[in-house]
Ligand binder design. Structure first.
Ligand code: NAP
Length: 530
């Protein structure tokens, strides 16, 4: 997606959404979309009044336009309406943001842990006191139902609260010396300037999960949010300034992703890259970090198995699988991507699951009762269509759904596919949409083999009433997170991250601090001297 000079212009996507292009946006759908778009306008007005609808980047504590005046439109995926425009920044603005973070590092890192902790705690309090405005922003620019957005604000804020506390718990070590007139110490020190690149699916939480520990450790940060969802990041940054986090400690640039990414990678002042997003971009960043040997943390794509054993509690398994699959319309890295069901419970589970899916209300996330919003963009929708087409061509049954929703735009029907097999694309690729493929298995060994037969290794789910099986299977799964009889397992107090090509490093929990700290060994010698 590109930037636009001076005045913002409609992009093909916007034109398509407005019914100016393509076959899917004929008049009845447009009419419906226009009707529901009156609600978003009221939300935008409310945000303007609150002062949280920021439309400029943040560099050195100043709100800044792109140096050449280019902008990008931010659209509501539920309606196609343009919410506002933000600067389309690139190399020059990123260089300024890096300098500002670099210059602020010396003062921010020298504050006491307690002082940094107080700033973070105040930021947390402000996020919570503006919970509704932030949730409205998330729903407007990302599309998830308002209830889920409120949940994301609580979840995202929790990382700031947790790391405000962890700031005070950075411990070093004293090691027994091997020579008697020496003393050996281990210090933990902040890495330096951090470049944080985040995706659109959690516009707040993916930022706070990185910025919270970075600031707590004494690092300063340049954040690049997704061009689809920059507004939540900008609002959170405004609250950070209000909380007393000094100008330059947190900078936000957005626009040309590869220019911003390359500038961060090439800079010797940036000492760490932390990224959440697709595996393809993660690999590019990993390769690009080599020339300056940066520390790197990667939270990449998943392909989560959800294994339902014959001995599962059916209600628990249906509820858990539904939550693991359909949260954010299937657009999370930990969404169940393959539901593996043991043959003895397959029919019962498939019927109960399909019944539950039939009850999921699709619509604009601002409308009460909506539990499934739109997909983020046309490309995401087309990817879902391709994957479903491939599965049905290879023999999968459409139990329910299987096509674009009659609401138009990027809405897709919550879908269940039966009799899915390993030769289908959906077995290998993250569908990142509301499609639940059901696959049969016979034995525990077969389920484990199927579950591990992927390059991804982020989240996995098991449903069983057997305690020994819970242990056995949890240990055998090559995944960074395992939910047993539970479909929603992320929390700020537990480590989040993947095995294999799902990433490097961990976020959240005490382990999340290590990613932003260097270990320094100090040898104090000649103690017998004066
Ligand atoms: P994406 O296309 O990789 O984008 C992620 C971020 O990278 C965005 O800010 C994007 O900018 C930026 N970007 C794109 N190309 C870049 C480049 N060449 N250099 C530097 N930055 C670049 O991923 P997405 O579609 O937004 O997110 C979905 C993916 O994220 C899924 O695979 C999902 O599984 C994964 N994810 C993983 C986790 C986790 O914790 N493991 C959590 C959430 C999502 P623009 O958007 O501005 O182009």
């Amino acid at each position: 997606m590109g930037c636009f000079a001076l005045a913002t212009q409609p992009r093909p996507m916007a034109m398509r959404r407005a019914g100016l292009l393509g076959r899917h946006y004929a008049s009845p759908f447009r009419l419906l979309c226009r009707q529901i778009s009156t609600e978003p306008q009221a939300a935008v007005d409310r945000l303007k009044e609150s002062g949280l609808l920021k439309t400029q980047g943040l560099i050195g504590g100043k709100w800044i336009d792109a140096y050449d005046g280019k902008t990008i439109q931010v659209q509501n995926p539920a309606t196609g309406d343009v919410i506002t425009s933000v600067p389309c920044m690139g190399r020059n603005e990123t260089t300024s943001a890096i300098s500002s973070a670099y210059n602020t590092f010396s003062s921010w890192s020298k504050l006491t842990a307690s002082e940094r902790s107080k700033c973070l705690r105040k930021w947390y309090d402000l996020i919570i006191s503006h919970k509704e405005e932030l949730a409205l922003l998330i729903t407007l620019e990302q599309g998830k139902p308002l209830k889920e957005s409120l949940g994301e604000v609580s979840y995202g804020a929790a990382f700031i609260e947790f790391f405000a506390e962890e700031a005070k718990r950075i411990y070093g070590d004293i090691i027994a010396p091997t020579i008697d007139d020496r003393r050996l110490f281990v210090l933990k020190q902040p890495v330096g300037v951090v470049g944080a690149i985040t995706p659109w699916n959690f516009p707040l939480a993916m930022i706070t999960r990185k910025v919270g520990p970075a600031l707590a450790c004494g690092c300063t940060v340049v954040v690049k949010p997704s061009e689809y969802t920059p507004l939540t990041a900008l609002a959170a940054a405004e609250l950070a300034l209000q909380a007393g986090i000094p100008p330059g400690a947190l900078n936000i640039v957005m626009g040309n992703a590869s220019d911003i990414g390359d500038t961060l990678l090439e800079s010797t002042q940036v000492r760490k890259i932390t990224f959440t997003g697709s595996t393809a971009v993660g690999k590019k960043l990993m390769a690009g970090s080599a020339s300056t040997v940066k520390k790197i943390s990667l939270e990449l794509g998943g392909n989560a198995p959800c294994i339902v054993f014959d001995d599962a509690d059916l209600d628990v398994a249906v509820k858990g699988s539904l939550a693991a699959k359909f949260r954010n319309s299937g657009q999370t890295c930990v969404c169940a991507n393959r539901i593996l069901v043991q043959e003895g419970i397959y029919e019962k589970f498939a019927n109960a699951f399909a019944k539950a899916v039939r009850g999921l209300q699709v619509g604009n996330g601002l409308i009460e009762g909506t539990v499934q919003g739109p997909l983020i963009n046309e490309a995401a929708l087309e990817k879902v269509e391709t994957i479903v087409r491939d599965a049905t061509a290879k023999g999968a049954d459409v139990v329910i759904g299987g096509k674009r929703h009659s609401l138009g735009m990027t809405f897709y029907e919550p879908t269940v596919l039966g009799n899915v097999s390993k030769d289908m694309l959906i077995f290998r690729q993250e569908v990142f949409g509301p499609v639940a493929p059901l696959m049969r298995f016979k034995t525990e060994e077969e389920a484990i083999q199927m579950a591990n037969d992927t390059n991804a290794g982020l989240a996995a789910y098991i449903f069983t009433m057997s305690m020994p099986r819970s242990w056995r299977v949890s240990e055998a799964l090559e995944y960074g997170l395992v939910g047993v009889n539970e479909g929603l397992i992320s929390t700020e107090v537990a480590p989040f991250g993947g095995f294999k090509q799902s990433g490097l490093g961990r976020e959240g929990s005490k382990y999340g601090m290590d990613e932003y700290l260097e270990i320094k060994y100090v040898c104090l010698g000649n103690l017998k001297g004066t």
